[in-house]
Design a protein around this ligand. Structure first.
Ligand code: AMP
Ligand code: ZN
Length: 452
């Protein structure tokens, strides 16, 4: 299996550290507002990753975090805490806000039929473990104190620029961004923030006799250390995470524990909507509720995402979602043939699809292989199960056999038509179509299909 590794900027052959078990970590959402259709593209791709690893025979241990503390509106460690901002907007406590948006996120996560991660961890459940990481970093001399927090001195971590290929000299010399005068280097970041006098910060914990809270990047280093152990095999996130969040995670983990954090780094690109950046001010932020209102399901959306590649910038348009919906219906009707006709041997197709998927998660290529046989061949149960293992589109479950009395009605209609009793045949067709079933007549009977 091959994957594009941001560390090397190359497609590399993938091998896990443990030949049987693959350790995967995917950065999760900040639960201060509803996640939009752009946010969810990455989870579709990371679910595909988990599925393709399993198809290649590995057991996957996937952990995802939920950020419910410490993520500031600015990556430069200032600005408001996103959770506090959400709480003010809603007139609720930060804990209520976290609970509400986490539940909404998880509802969509499950409606998207993702393989359940081995652990989903809330940042606030790992505070004492965070503090242990802070202590380890402090002991090794990476930290310095300022009025607003304990900062990581990035000049003490020589590999700091590696993942992002950052031009630190240029960044420092050309810095036009205001930054805390107490910061030694522009790239330094808060590992632990202090609650300042008069600051209203609801989530706070005591450390060194003062109240504070973790910096945003800390939870991922901590949770990986606690739940998976370094080095992990694959770390995933959005491309926006390369220069700051992931770079800082590496500095923390490798600084504190002296081990490599992850062997492969996968980063998904962004989607635009109708050619524009997704933003509230443009008014093009769509949520699943908007999709459902327009007659699309979570699976239609997932089908649309799988038609593209995680590294490509993509544009989302409702028209394209319509095409994806039709494509998924075609696959379901292909699967429905397994109740009606003898199966074709599709072993070669399966092999070619697995090859495509193993080629840096080329789901579009795999679907193109599938398209070559849809409409020409008949799958068996096993092949339909393979499709669901690979894509998680819920095809088997949504294509159950129809009831015997409906089958009898279909046969009766075909006989009526053959006997040229068109009035009866048409009446029966209307009855059958009212049940969401369409008929394709052949020489010796009708094939039934789902209308939607
Ligand atoms: P946010 O909660 O706004 O910080 O977004 C969480 C993550 O979702 C970001 O860090 C990105 O990796 C991802 N994301 C946000 N917008 C998009 C988009 N338009 N397309 C793909 N991913 C996105
Ligand atoms: Zn992270």
């Amino acid at each position: 299996m091959k994957l594009y590794n941001t560390l090397s900027r190359k497609v590399e052959e993938f091998h896990p550290g443990d030949p049987k078990r693959v350790k995967v970590y995917t950065c999760g959402p900040t639960v201060y507002s509803y996640a939009h259709v752009g946010n969810f593209t990455c989870y579709v791709y990371w679910d595909l990753l988990v599925r393709v690893l399993a198809l290649n025979g590995w057991t996957v241990d996937r952990v995802m975090n939920i950020t419910d503390v410490g993520h500031l509106t600015s990556d430069a460690d200032d600005g408001e805490d996103k959770m506090e901002k959400g709480a003010r907007r809603e007139g609720k406590t930060v804990w209520e806000v976290a609970e509400m948006y986490m539940n909404d996120f998880l509802e969509n996560f499950r409606a998207l039929n993702f393989v359940e991660p081995s652990a989903i961890c809330r940042a606030t459940d790992f505070i004492s473990e965070d503090i242990a990481v802070v202590e380890a970093l402090d002991k090794k001399g990476f930290l310095y104190d300022t009025t607003d927090g304990l900062y990581f001195d990035t000049s003490k971590f020589p590999k700091y620029a590696d993942l992002g290929r950052l031009d630190l000299d240029h960044l420092r010399a050309g810095a036009r961004i205001e930054f805390s005068s107490e910061k030694r280097n522009l790239s330094d970041f808060a590992v632990w923030k202090w609650v300042r006098d008069g600051e209203d910060h609801a989530m706070q914990w005591e450390y060194r006799g003062r109240m504070g809270y973790p910096g945003w990047h800390l939870e991922c280093s901590t949770i990986i250390h606690e739940k998976l152990g370094e080095p992990i095999d694959i770390h995933c996130g959005g491309i926006d995470h390369i220069p700051v969040h992931h770079t800082n995670e590496i500095a923390q983990t490798e600084g504190a524990f002296g081990v490599k954090m992850a062997n492969f780094w996968l980063h998904n690109n962004f989607i635009t909507i109708d050619g524009e950046k997704i933003s509230k001010s443009i008014g093009n932020v769509y949520y699943f509720s908007d999709l459902i209102e327009r007659g699309f399901s979570h699976m239609d959306y997932k089908m649309w995402v799988l038609q593209g590649h995680f590294q490509s910038e993509r544009n989302f348009a409702f028209g394209d979602l319509g095409a994806a919906k039709q494509r998924l219906l075609n696959y379901r009707n292909f699967a429905a043939l397994r109740w009606q006709k003898p199966a074709t041997n599709l072993d070669d197709v399966r092999k070619r699809m697995i090859e495509q998927l193993g080629n840096n998660l080329n789901s579009a290529g795999a679907l193109a292989e599938l398209d070559k046989v849809v409409g020409k061949s008949v799958p068996d149960d096993d092949f339909v199960k393979f499709l669901d293992d690979a894509f998680g589109l819920g095809i088997a479950e949504s294509t159950q056999d129809i009831a015997d009395d409906l089958k009898a009605k279909i046969a009766e209609r075909f006989e009526a038509k053959k006997a040229r009793d068109f009035a009866k045949a048409d009446a029966l067709r209307d009855e059958i179509e009212a049940m969401g079933i369409m008929l394709l007549d052949g020489a010796d009977g009708s094939i039934w299909q789902y209308a939607n």
